[in-house]
Design a protein around this ligand. Structure first.
Ligand SMILES: [Ca+2]
Length: 185
């Protein structure tokens, strides 16, 4: 076999092995829609959660009725700092405002680990209990014997995970040592 034929065959074999035949076919066709334009429905987030962290963390639970996500912060905070901390850690979140039995049950279902208490948005005003957003104060989940208002100064409210997520009024100074509960609608 002439030497030039051997060289030519060698080039062809090397080209096939290297995938030369595919060269030029993997370039992007401008007329072809990009993959991103046709996302897989199974990975598309709920529109309500678009751009937000998923509600699947260790200290989270989602209310099946409303879809609201309840989150127990890992840090302890004083009442005035809670609102900003919720918004900072979970964009769109505020301190938990518990207005239905389903929301209360959702909070109780949070795998809180060694954390026994969390605190919610509810505060005693001069005349009544009130949520910061002005939501009507109708639903309650007080522990037996609560609210006790011991010493006349229990103006904040904690959720007791060891007692089914029921509520106890405590001084706001007590609350400062505990973990805030946030809610993302
Ligand atoms: Ca109390």
């Amino acid at each position: 076999m002439p030497k030039c034929v051997v060289v030519a065959l060698g080039i062809v074999v090397a080209c096939v092995l290297a995938g030369c035949g595919r060269m030029g076919y993997d370039t992007i066709d401008p007329d072809e829609p990009a993959d991103a334009a046709t996302p897989d429905a199974s990975t598309t987030p709920d529109s309500a959660d678009a751009g937000l962290p998923a509600c699947d963390g260790a200290l989270m639970a989602r209310d099946p009725e409303t879809g609201h996500c309840f989150v127990l912060l890992t840090t302890t905070l004083s009442q005035p700092d809670g609102q900003a901390a919720c918004a900072a850690d979970y964009p769109g979140a505020h301190l938990a405002i518990v207005t239905t039995a389903s929301e209360s049950a959702t909070i109780a279902s949070i795998p809180s680990g060694e954390i026994i208490w969390g605190w919610i948005d509810l505060q005693r005003t001069a005349t009544a209990w009130a949520w910061s957003d002005g939501a009507r104060f109708v639903y309650t989940n007080w522990q037996s014997g609560e609210p006790s208002n011991q010493g006349g100064s229990e103006d904040c409210v904690i959720v007791h995970f060891d007692f089914g997520g029921t509520w106890d009024d405590r001084t706001c100074a007590d609350v400062d040592k505990l973990h805030a509960l946030c809610e993302r609608e």
